[in-house]
Design a protein around this ligand. Structure first.
Ligand code: CO
Length: 296
């Protein structure tokens, strides 16, 4: 891997780590989710990066893909299980990292299970390693706490301007013989739950991504699309960011862009049995036969 490119992957990792730790330090009962999202975005900018995707701040049975609405009223309550999943982009070189905190409370098995599963997984995740060995280690660790791994969420490859690309690293064994890439970047993200271990779409959608470059009908639609293409390219973005830039009228226009097949919707994902969900995640860079955790 080219030296300059490697430096950008490492820098994006460092920003991701700092932003994650900063966000974790702010969590307490009474904090508004919208304020937390804005603090994360300010911190990311102050470190010279852009968000790789909107800060995912998912509470309790919501596993992932929730980010605050422009007028979000959510206030963290004591005991809320908050997943903070953040990432940084430096010229499209990305990081993706997550931690779970329980507002106003300390450590618990729900947090230990995916955190230790991630530690185990990192030991095994060398260039070209068998993916199923990682999946099995994650599953065994989470089940040892009498919790379920989430079967339809998992780690993934990352490439420039693509948060999800290439291999899928399941959180349960699949007996697949597939191998990890030998060069490049991946993320590993064990999810544990007190439910059955399966997520479904909730009706809530706050995160979008450009799907096709087709021309929108309205002129505001074209302006918004132009902004999205230049600012986010193929990275996910939040409805809130667009509404903050173009005003509330943009909300209707986003609906049109979705209907016209130009934007893709990420539904917030909810554990099917309403189990509580926890998650930890790191980004790993493979280069010259070595693995470096960029977000550690
Ligand atoms: Co990820």
């Amino acid at each position: 891997m080219d030296k300059e490119e490697k430096k950008k992957w490492l820098d994006a990792g460092k920003v991701g780590k700092e932003v994650r730790e900063y966000a974790v330090s702010l969590v307490k009962p009474g904090l508004s989710l919208l304020d937390l999202a804005r603090e994360i975005e300010k911190k990311t900018a102050s470190l010279g990066a852009k968000p790789a995707f909107p800060p995912n701040l998912s509470i309790n049975q919501i596993a992932a893909h929730y980010t605050p609405k422009y007028n979000d009223q959510t206030i963290l309550q004591k005991g809320d299980v908050l997943k903070i999943d953040v990432g940084a982009s430096i010229d499209g070189f990305l990081s993706d990292t997550a931690a779970t905190v329980v507002a106003g409370e300390g450590d618990s098995d729900l947090l230990k299970a995916p955190r230790e599963a991630l530690e185990e997984a990192i030991k095994i995740a060398t260039p070209g390693a068998r993916i199923d060995d990682i999946s099995r280690a994650i599953e065994n660790k989470i089940r040892s706490y009498n919790l379920s791994p989430i079967v339809n969420l998992g780690g993934h490859g990352i490439s420039r301007y693509e948060v999800h690309e290439g291999e899928f690293i399941a959180n349960v064994t699949t007996n697949s013989s597939k191998l990890l890439r030998r060069e490049g970047v991946i993320a590993i993200e064990p999810f544990a739950t007190s439910g059955g271990g399966y997520v479904v779409d909730s009706p809530e959608v706050q995160i979008l991504m450009l799907e096709s470059g087709r021309q929108p009908r309205s002129s505001l639609g074209r302006q918004i699309l132009e902004h999205i293409s230049s600012e986010y390219k193929r990275l996910p973005f939040s409805k809130r960011w667009i509404i903050e830039k173009f005003g509330q009228i943009a909300e209707l226009e986003l609906r049109n862009l979705i209907r016209e097949g130009i934007l893709y919707e990420f539904n917030a994902l909810k554990e099917k049995d309403n189990g509580l969900v926890s998650q930890f995640e790191h980004t790993i860079l493979f280069d010259e036969g070595k693995a470096i955790v960029t977000t550690l």
